[in-house]
Design a protein around this ligand. Structure first.
Ligand SMILES: Cc1cc2nc3c(=O)[nH]c(=O)nc-3n(C[C@H](O)[C@H](O)[C@H](O)COP(=O)(O)OP(=O)(O)OC[C@H]3O[C@@H](n4cnc5c(N)ncnc54)[C@H](O)[C@@H]3O)c2cc1C
Length: 419
């Protein structure tokens, strides 16, 4: 039998993109299936990412350029795998692709959004913002192409977009379609979702307006976010000059996520810098069980924050979070372990360091995969020819996701010729 030269990559985040470009640069064909209307995954939502603390485009742009320059990568956005049948070297895959209603003549001029009368909540900004139903997912989205969210359109309102477009880029006749593929290996890279903070009763999320999650904080600090990068609290737009970070919000807790999400301490240290740099007279307090900063460079990051006299690190589990009904400040109740007493402190805003949950549940190939007790993919029992990468196997940062994806490429290439 001839070698099947195609690898399927499910998920177009940093792990999936790395797997895709490394595979194609080794001479093989790749098809990427991404459920969002854009590639880049969660990294696209970050304000800056360590260790260089550069904006997400500094890493993603290189990946997008490698994809653009490769004639061997095909990608489908708004797409999900419905079914995979077969064996290593010969998988038949069924993919469902939702209509975008915008074709590749789109030049990103925004005329459709300006004409669009309907709004939708931005999931990219975690509901802190609205976009028109015809929208560009974010300013440097790849593909740089608008999308129409038909579920948010009022009756017949798509015609307004259609009439406004000078480039014949709006195609209202687009329908959901099914794509059939035959591939030799499958790389699963569907990444992670933030833990649902409304499940943590005592930490106030969803009830206290000025309690947000760490991913919302990334969007608040981002220049392309809902406040254009000004860190303002949700209730009244006040500048956030007195902020608390609550570590292990739901993590290392058998009622929620029993495991450590590895990234949360580092993310809060990074976000402390966002606030301290934006408001030099601001104060930050981090409440932690243990401050975990594993790795080579991570400690230097901790030292930088520790040396700042306007940052207090307090060891103690937060017992409760409530709202001052008059000021809308957030009151944090905590047992200060080293102080040996219970303290109550008021803040402008509180950030919950919620953990990473593997995005495995919605995958349609779950029958061929085993999971660890925490829900991550267990590669020791995976079916031959199917590989998982990055945050689907454990909570990891971008560098480790990319390293893992590069390693998995070898495994998937080996699968192409075997049957
Ligand atoms: C608050 C916070 C801050 C962080 N800051 C940093 C930082 O500064 N530096 C750093 O290195 N790391 C940081 N991280 C971690 C970083 O976000 C991850 O390492 C990175 O997102 C991993 O990439 P991934 O491709 O594995 O997953 P993801 O980014 O989740 O990408 C997965 C992709 O798969 C797609 N997908 C999901 N399900 C399906 C499906 N069924 N079908 C098709 N597609 C699907 C998703 O839409 C997404 O595009 C942070 C994490 C948090 C929580």
């Amino acid at each position: 039998m001839a070698e099947n030269k195609t690898v399927l990559v499910i998920g177009g985040g940093f792990s999936g993109l790395t797997a895709a470009v490394e595979t194609t640069e080794a001479g093989y064909d790749v098809v990427i299936i991404e459920k969002n209307p854009y590639l880049g995954g969660r990294v696209a939502q970050l304000n800056k990412y360590f260790w260089k603390l550069c904006p997400p485009t500094c890493g993603l742009e290189i990946q997008f350029k490698r994809i653009k320059n490769s004639s061997n990568i095909t990608f489908y956005t708004l797409a999900e795998v419905e079914d995979i049948k077969g064996e290593e070297g010969n998988f038949d895959v069924t993919v469902k692709v939702k209509p975008r209603y915008v074709n590749d003549r789109c030049v990103g001029c925004d005329a459709c959004a300006q004409a669009c009368p309907s709004y939708r909540e931005s999931e990219f900004d975690f509901g802190m913002n609205k976009t028109k139903a015809a929208y560009l997912p974010f300013d440097q989205a790849f593909p740089f192409q608008y999308v129409i969210d038909d579920a948010s359109c009022a009756k017949d309102c798509m015609k307004a977009c259609f009439n406004a477009c000078k480039y014949s880029a709006i195609d209202l006749d687009m329908k959901p379609k099914t794509v059939k593929l035959n591939v030799g290996a499958v790389v699963m890279a569907t990444g992670w979702n933030p833990y649902d903070a409304t499940k943590i009763d005592n930490l106030g999320f969803g009830k206290v307006r000025n309690v947000i999650t760490n991913m919302m904080m990334e969007r608040l600090a981002a220049p392309n976010g809902p406040t254009k990068g000004k860190i303002l609290r949700p209730s009244d737009g006040k500048e956030v000059k007195n902020i608390a970070f609550v570590q292990c919000a739901g993590s290392r807790d058998e009622n929620h996520l029993p495991y450590c999400s590895y990234i949360c301490c580092l993310a809060s240290l990074k976000q402390t810098l966002y606030v301290r740099e934006q408001y030099p007279d601001s104060k930050a307090q981090i409440f932690y069980i243990d401050l975990r900063t594993p790795g080579l460079y991570e400690h230097r990051f901790l030292w930088k924050v520790k040396d700042d006299p306007n940052v207090i690190l307090t060891k103690g589990k937060v017992a409760g979070v409530t709202e001052d009904p008059v000021t809308k400040d957030v009151i944090v109740d905590v047992e200060d372990v080293y102080g040996g007493n219970k303290i109550k402190v008021a803040f402008d805003m509180v950030v919950l360091a919620t953990g990473m949950v593997p995005a495995t549940q919605e995958m349609k190939i779950s029958k061929d995969i085993s999971y660890t007790p925490d829900g991550f993919v267990d590669m020791t029992t995976a079916k031959k020819g199917i590989y998982a990468v990055g945050t689907l196997k454990s909570p990891v940062d971008v560098a480790r996701s990319a390293q893992d994806a590069t390693g998995v490429v070898i495994k998937s290439i080996q699968s192409l010729g075997r049957r």
